[in-house]
Design a protein around this ligand. Structure first.
Ligand SMILES: [Zn+2]
Length: 382
């Protein structure tokens, strides 16, 4: 299921909208009409509240898009590939592939977002001064001044993956030359800020401000989990950079022949060695993979007389030996499995297991090894 839609293409950058963005648009418009505009302009007619709120919500997201475009266009100018911009419930994300080992590139790409929001606030403010607009139009402009200043300030908070967190990371990275350490520190700051926002949201909720409290807590939750995920993802993809599946596979994995009874798989493999899934192999061809969950679907009385081929899955998660290890990691994470097969044209070379990759990371840590080139991926949440 794909819940992201492309709505435009600007300077070769795909502009996408995630389905949750519609919710955000509605929530922003609704909260403005019953809150901000009602409080600031108590004498309006109710249709004016809606008109101002819908325009403001749409223009807010135009500003978010311009903020993201600033990140992306600068990245393109620096020669970094940009995969697109996506608007979603909590703002926008630019998908930028950081390739160079340039801390100051990351600094500039991060800082240009909040700067562009400040510039937008300035433009909106100038417009309120110069134009003799009607009351509703100037109220919308006034709102855009404030919200863009808030976008700039919030995004400058030094917690990864916010822009300020990227700035912090690039500074630590630039000073220490240690990309992993810089990512860990900046992401930990992001997690802390996430927890802080959750706590602040709960206090707010407690004091009766239900909508703002919930929203703040949700942003905090999102920031916290995004920080944690970026930490894991950045550090691991960096650690595995330049390594292929062939480098880290475990050769000669345990396999089953097609006629192995399910009972034997349970007794000799699941119970004795704690193996949760094994490839079923004929000659050197992989036919499928049989797992604990396949077994659980078969009544126990039939275990003795059923061969594993009957219950195995033919959808095999596999990588090629030349694939980067991070591709295997992605499959492990996305499908929440413990191993993926390494297949060379259908022939089983070995397996990449979660346990072995974790062990590799730990050993690497203990030995203090650092690869020579650096890698990271850029996102931003206004
Ligand atoms: Zn940003």
């Amino acid at each position: 299921m794909n819940s992201t839609f492309r709505i435009a293409r600007i300077a070769g950058i795909d502009i996408n909208v995630h389905a949750t963005w519609i919710i955000a648009l509605f929530l922003v418009a609704w909260s403005l009409s019953v809150g901000y505009f009602k409080d600031s302009y108590p004498n309006w007619q109710s249709s004016s509240y809606w008109l101002a709120s819908i325009f403001s919500a749409l223009l807010l997201f135009v500003c978010v898009l311009l903020h993201e475009l600033a990140h992306s266009l600068l990245a393109l100018a620096k020669g970094l590939p940009v995969h697109g911009i996506t608007l979603f419930i909590f703002g926008g994300v630019s998908s930028i592939e950081m390739q160079d080992d340039e801390a100051h590139d990351e600094f500039l790409i991060a800082v240009v977002g909040p700067l562009s929001s400040l510039a937008l606030a300035g433009i909106a403010w100038l417009a309120t001064q110069l134009l003799t607009a009607g009351e509703i139009a100037s109220a919308v402009l006034q709102y855009l001044v404030g919200i863009n200043v808030m976008l700039a300030l919030f995004n400058l908070v030094p917690g990864f993956p916010l822009d300020g967190g990227r700035v912090l990371r690039s500074i630590i990275w630039g000073i220490t030359g240690d990309f992993e350490k810089a990512t860990r520190i900046a992401a930990s700051a992001g997690q802390f800020i996430g927890y802080f926002l959750i706590a602040a949201g709960v206090v707010w909720l407690w004091s009766g401000n239900v909508f703002s409290g919930l929203w703040t807590a949700f942003i905090g939750w999102f920031l916290n989990s995004a920080a944690e995920a970026s930490k894991v993802q950045t550090v691991t993809s960096y650690a595995f950079r330049g390594l292929t599946a062939a480098d880290l596979l475990e050769p000669e994995p345990e396999t089953l022949t097609p006629d192995t009874p399910v009972a034997t798989f349970v007794r000799d493999h699941i119970l004795r060695h704690g193996e949760r899934a094994l490839p079923v192999v004929f000659g050197d061809r992989v036919l499928g993979i049989v797992s604990l969950s396949d077994v659980k679907r078969l009544p126990e009385a039939q275990w003795v007389n059923t061969p594993v081929t009957t219950i195995m899955s033919r959808d095999v998660l596999a990588v090629a030996p030349t694939d980067n290890v991070s591709e295997g990691l992605r499959l492990l994470a996305e499908h929440d499995v413990h191993q993926v097969l390494v297949l060379d044209d259908g022939r089983l070379l070995g397996v990449l297991t979660r346990a072995h990759l974790v062990e590799y990371l730990q050993l690497r840590e203990e030995l203090g090894l650092r690869p020579s080139s650096r890698h990271g991926s850029g996102t931003a949440l206004p």
